[in-house]
Design a protein around this ligand. Structure first.
Ligand code: HEC
Ligand code: HEC
Ligand code: HEC
Ligand code: HEC
Ligand code: HEC
Ligand code: HEC
Ligand code: HEC
Ligand code: HEC
Length: 401
């Protein structure tokens, strides 16, 4: 641990003992561990770069797109190639293309095309690939499949001009970045323009499971690295032993606001409604823990989770399904409902509750998409099997049919 902090301080103060190999021109200072589990949709990163050999920083963050084409609809098969082209934003490159056809029996296992970071393709590049031409042809000729679900994933490049001089080293710049993350594994690359092959990578996984920050090996807000920020940033949590926690958390933690849907107290900058300084642990903590901290404001949920006649044993682990700060999905959900639920309920992936029943994508009468929570309430219910409706297995069918 000590060596790690010393190393970080050395690199920050610019006493670079790292030699001058090209890839050392860019060093990731924060986060300090190469791979960490994050619970959020974005990450705060601080990068130190040599002004001379890395005058600008290219950040390749990940993007994704999912679309289902209804092949039974008039003209969809004929327009497929053109519509596919429009799925990919101009600055983006492709790492993975996966596609799955739906037949009478259900969805087939997906086929995939995969490319590494250095040979990642633009949409033009992909179009020229033999494999893509074959896919387009298969779609056009399909007569049996009723649907094809496309999943695309890749990198989106942004170039940053140097903004902050490293206060301790004239030859280096500090980039303070807030990078958006996707669910699952994220490989983010940093390079100088035209130097993709020397890119430095940072890998993190946004996992559904969640553990208290204080259980991590390295905490920024009790580190020597934090002390080096206090010359300019006032009121940092550990600086006055957490007496005030008066720092404007948002100056640094803007990454929390990258999400489309923000939790109300985060949007209102009320970080202190959940976070406080712990003298014993010398760290920023959530004193009451989850779910108690949540019940302070969501008391109606406590009632439902603890006193329903049909209980969900995981209901009190709110952060399995929700993010505490913000997400790209409605109701602060960490992932698509189907993906969250089937991560534990393998058996309900298909042919549930009856053979071939749609579990996502299909539209209900009110225009919303069907999902597991159309029929079940994940927090608890007074009808058996967490159902939202009374009656037995077949009785509920008439709710919709
Ligand atoms: C030489 C003074 C100085 C030092 C030392 C310094 N910062 Fe900053 N930092 C600033 C200034 C000035 C801003 C801009 C403040 C604003 O936008 O209100 C800033 C902004 C930031 C931001 C937001 C960047 C953005 O564009 O959104 C982050 C994150 C940050 N600092 C982290 C750190 C960390 C972590 C350290 C210690 C490792 C540190 N800073 C050390 C001066 C400094
Ligand atoms: C000077 C910039 C700065 C300010 C101001 C700041 N933070 Fe942080 N914070 C960081 C950095 C950098 C990390 C490390 C991020 C990482 O490792 O992914 C961090 C990490 C954290 C963590 C994770 C635990 C840890 O210590 O690593 C929590 C919780 C946290 N900050 C809460 C807060 C709260 C609440 C405030 C406002 C009272 C605040 N921060 C103000 C820069 C800042
Ligand atoms: C509704 C409660 C709540 C609010 C409001 C809240 N947080 Fe958190 N935050 C949590 C919980 C819960 C965790 C993760 C568990 C833990 O740290 O014990 C967490 C973790 C974090 C982490 C570490 C996350 C990671 O994955 O690296 C940071 C940084 C953080 N919070 C900053 C903030 C900042 C800044 C604000 C205000 C803009 C804020 N939080 C508002 C509940 C909250
Ligand atoms: C300081 C009060 C406060 C705390 C603490 C709090 N919340 Fe919230 N939460 C709100 C408010 C206000 C809203 C927005 C109003 C609403 O939709 O109920 C909200 C909304 C939500 C929503 C989204 C509702 C929707 O339909 O979009 C979820 C999910 C949620 N909170 C979960 C949590 C979890 C999980 C915790 C504990 C980590 C927590 N909340 C702690 C105040 C709080
Ligand atoms: C197994 C996954 C799961 C867990 C665990 C979970 N939720 Fe939810 N929650 C959902 C889903 C899915 C929705 C959106 C669908 C809906 O309306 O029920 C939701 C919706 C919500 C809403 C907004 C709509 C409403 O029903 O009021 C709030 C607030 C909320 N959850 C809070 C919590 C809190 C607090 C906890 C922890 C005590 C928690 N949730 C645990 C899956 C979960
Ligand atoms: C972290 C794992 C986990 C996740 C995620 C999860 N569940 Fe469960 N669920 C369980 C466990 C454990 C049980 C109890 C054992 C069982 O019946 O399989 C259960 C039981 C159930 C039951 C049966 C209840 C009964 O009375 O027999 C339903 C229905 C259910 N879950 C629906 C959902 C839905 C809908 C979601 C997504 C919103 C979801 N679950 C997400 C773990 C999970
Ligand atoms: C169209 C309504 C509907 C949808 C959508 C639905 N379910 Fe169910 N589910 C039911 C019914 C009805 C039962 C009760 C079956 C029975 O009593 O035998 C049930 C039972 C369950 C059970 C308990 C199984 C057992 O044998 O005890 C689990 C777990 C479950 N569902 C999970 C899910 C998950 C996960 C999803 C989404 C992938 C989902 N359900 C979507 C209607 C639905
Ligand atoms: C919450 C609403 C809802 C409930 C409850 C429900 N369904 Fe469905 N069902 C749908 C939707 C939406 C579709 C797809 C659109 C359509 O064809 O109507 C569908 C489609 C079907 C299909 C056609 C599947 C295919 O081949 O495409 C059958 C068969 C079916 N449902 C049977 C049932 C049975 C049996 C039950 C009771 C166990 C039931 N549904 C309960 C909403 C529901």
């Amino acid at each position: 641990m000590k060596t790690l902090i010393t190393y970080l301080l050395l690199s920050l103060t610019g006493i670079m003992l790292l030699g001058d190999a090209p890839h050392r021109d860019i060093v990731i200072l924060v986060p300090s561990t190469p791979d960490s589990v994050s619970f959020d949709q974005s990450k705060l990163l601080i990068i130190s770069a040599s002004k001379e050999s890395a005058p600008q920083l290219v950040v390749s963050a990940q993007w994704e797109k999912r679309k289902s084409f209804n092949l039974a609809e008039e003209g969809v098969r004929e327009k497929f190639a053109a519509d596919f082209y429009r799925l990919v934003p101009p600055q983006a490159t492709i790492e993975l293309l996966s596609y799955s056809f739906k037949y009478f029996k259900g969805y087939l296992d997906p086929d995939t095309l995969k490319f590494g970071y250095t040979d990642t393709l633009s949409i033009r590049g992909l179009w020229q690939k033999k494999e893509f031409a074959e896919l387009a042809k298969t779609v056009q000729k399909q007569s049996d499949a009723s649907e094809v679900v496309i999943y695309l994933r890749g990198w989106m490049d942004s170039t940053y001009a140097a903004t902050y001089d490293d206060p301790n080293n004239d030859a280096r710049t500090l980039y303070k970045l807030h990078v958006s993350l996707l669910p699952g594994a994220n490989a983010i690359y940093f390079s100088s323009p035209g130097q993709r092959e020397h890119a430095v990578s940072f890998v993190t996984t946004t996992a559904l499971e969640s553990k208290a920050t204080v259980d991590r090996g390295y905490l920024f807000h009790n580190s020597a690295l934090e002390q080096s920020c206090t010359t300019c940033h006032e009121g940092l949590p550990s600086a006055d032993s957490g007496q005030t926690m008066n720092a404007d958390c948002n100056v640094c933690h803007k990454e929390l606001k990258h999400s489309t849907f923000l939790h109300a107290p985060v949007e209102m900058d009320e970080c202190k409604s959940c976070h406080s300084w712990s003298k014993e642990r010398h760290a920023v903590v959530v004193e009451k823990g989850v779910p108690t901290a949540c019940y302070d404001c969501h008391s109606e949920k406590q009632q439902q989770v603890e006193s329903s006649s049909s209980l969900h044993p995981v209901a009190s682990e709110c952060l399995t399904c929700h993010s505490q700060h913000g997400t790209q999905r409605d109701h602060l959900l960490k992932a698509d409902v189907y993906d969250i639920c089937t991560s534990c309920h393998e058996d309900q992936k298909m042919n549930h509750p009856v053979g071939r029943h749609p579990l996502r994508y299909a539209k209900l009468k009110n225009g919303e998409e069907i999902s597991c929570v159309t029929c079940h309430n994940p927090h608890g219910s007074n009808f058996e099997k967490l159902k939202r409706f009374p009656g037995g297995r077949m009785d509920i069918c008439t709710q919709c049919h």
